[in-house]
Design a protein around this ligand. Structure first.
Ligand SMILES: [Zn+2]
Length: 362
C-alpha cells in the first residue's frame, strides 16, 4: 500500500458495537442464562429496540437477523467454558485488524475453516450471519447506524487525495461524484467472518484493486505452495499512523522506449524493513504486472515525448547546450518529492530515470 488512509469515526460503528454486545453478552453467556428472549438485550436499549422491531416484523431481513442471533445462541448454549474462551479469543483477534496485519504473536488469524473444524454445529450459521451483515439493509437498524453512503462522503472528505492508495494508478470517486467506490473487505469476509462489519477492515479501493486483482485473496496468508501449505504473513495496515514511504527503482533493458516490452522492465521496491509487507502488497494487487503494463503503455510513451519536446524546444530557442532533459528531470523530481502520488509522479520519475540511464535521451 503506497500510503495509509486516515481512519474516520462514524455512527455506522454502532453496528459493530451491537454485534460485540450480541457476541459477548448474549451468545457467550448462553450456557448460563437459560432461554433466549428480548430480555437479554435489556442493557443495550438501542439494540433491544432493533431486536423488538425485528421480532414483530414479518420481513425477510428481520427474520435473517433475529433468526440467526437466536440460532447461534442455541449453538453456544451447548458449549463449555473452554470452548467459549477460545471463541472469545478468536473473535477479539479477528477484530484487532492492526494486529492481524502486523502478524502480532498474540493474535490468531481465525479463518472460517478453523471455526468449521472446532465448532461444526455453529460454523455455518456464524458464516451466514456475519457475511450477510455487510449487505444487511433494514430501516430499524439504519435509524441507529446511518448509512454507508454518508460514511463514504465523510471518508473521502478526510481522505481526499483522489488516488487509490493500493495501486496509485487509478482515481477514486470523491465528494464531487454522485457514485462511490465499493468497500473492500481487506480481510475477506468469506474467510474471516468475524470482522465483516469492522470499519478498520473496510477500505474503499478502485475497481481494479478490489475486483479485478484482490477479490477474495487471503490477505493474512501466503498463496498455497505446491504442497498446499500457506504461511502467515505481514500486510500493510490500511489505517497505519506510522509514517512510511515506499521507494521504487525502475530499470529498462534498452533505450528504445517505443519497443519496450514488459520483459524489458525490472522493478525494485524499498525500504528493506518493509520487505514482507511490500511482498504481500505486490502479490495481492499484482502490482508488478500492472506497473510494467503501465510503463509499456501510452502514458509512459507520452512522458518520454514530453522530455524530448522540451529538449528540442530548448535546442531551437536557446542553443544545444544538452542540459534541457536534465533540467526537465529535475523538475519531475521536485514534483515527485512534493506529491509522489499525484499524476502517477512516482512511476513517471522512476521510469524517466530508467530511460536516462538506458540512454533514451542520447
Ligand atoms: Zn487501485
Amino acid at each position: 500500500m503506497l500510503f495509509p488512509y486516515t481512519y474516520v469515526p462514524h455512527q455506522m460503528e454502532k453496528m459493530q458495537e451491537f454485534v460485540d454486545y450480541i457476541f459477548f453478552e448474549v451468545w457467550c453467556n448462553a450456557p448460563t442464562v437459560g432461554t433466549f428472549g428480548l430480555h437479554l438485550f435489556d442493557y443495550k436499549i438501542e439494540l433491544r429496540e432493533v431486536m423488538e422491531a425485528f421480532y414483530y416484523s414479518d420481513k425477510n431481513n428481520a427474520d435473517f437477523f433475529y433468526g440467526h442471533v437466536e440460532r447461534i445462541f442455541q449453538g453456544f448454549s451447548n458449549l463449555n467454558q473452554k470452548q467459549i474462551r477460545r471463541l472469545k479469543w478468536w473473535y477479539c483477534s479477528n477484530n484487532n485488524i492492526e494486529q492481524l496485519c502486523t502478524n502480532h504473536s498474540g493474535n490468531h488469524a481465525t479463518r472460517h475453516s478453523d471455526i468449521e473444524s472446532k465448532f461444526p454445529a455453529i460454523a455455518r450459521d456464524i458464516r451466514m450471519f456475519f457475511v450477510g451483515l455487510y449487505d444487511f439493509d433494514a430501516s430499524a437498524m439504519k435509524k441507529k447506524t446511518g448509512d454507508i453512503g454518508d460514511h463514504y462522503k465523510q471518508f473521502v472528505n478526510t481522505n481526499d487525495s483522489g488516488t487509490c492508495p493500493f495501486c496509485g494508478i487509478s482515481d477514486l470517486l470523491g465528494g464531487n461524484h454522485t457514485k462511490r467506490e465499493a468497500y473492500d473487505h481487506y480481510m475477506p469476509k468469506t474467510i474471516y467472518p468475524f470482522n465483516s462489519i469492522n470499519f478498520k477492515n473496510l477500505v474503499p479501493a478502485c475497481h481494479h484493486c478490489n475486483s479485478s486483482y484482490k477479490s477474495s485473496k487471503d490477505t493474512a496468508f501466503s498463496p498455497k505452495d505446491p504442497c498446499g501449505l500457506q504461511v502467515r504473513r505481514k500486510v500493510f495496515y490500511p489505517f497505519s499512523t506510522q509514517p512510511y514511504s515506499i521507494s521504487l527503482q525502475v530499470l529498462i533493458r534498452h533505450a528504445d522506449h517505443e519497443k519496450l516490452t514488459t520483459a524489458d522492465i525490472s522493478l525494485s521496491f524499498g525500504p528493506p524493513e518493509l520487505d514482507e509487507q511490500i511482498a504481500t502488497w505486490k502479490e495481492i494487487y499484482s502490482i508488478e504486472e500492472r506497473y510494467r503494463a503501465k510503463l509499456c503503455g501510452s502514458d509512459a510513451k507520452a512522458w518520454v515525448v514530453e522530455v524530448m519536446d522540451e529538449w528540442r524546444w530548448h535546442e531551437e530557442s536557446a542553443g544545444a547546450d544538452g542540459r534541457a532533459p536534465e533540467a526537465y528531470l529535475q523538475a519531475v523530481a521536485r514534483h515527485t518529492a512534493k506529491s509522489p502520488y499525484t499524476n502517477e509522479n512516482f512511476l513517471k520519475y522512476g521510469f524517466l530515470q530508467a530511460c536516462k540511464a538506458a540512454g533514451t535521451f542520447g
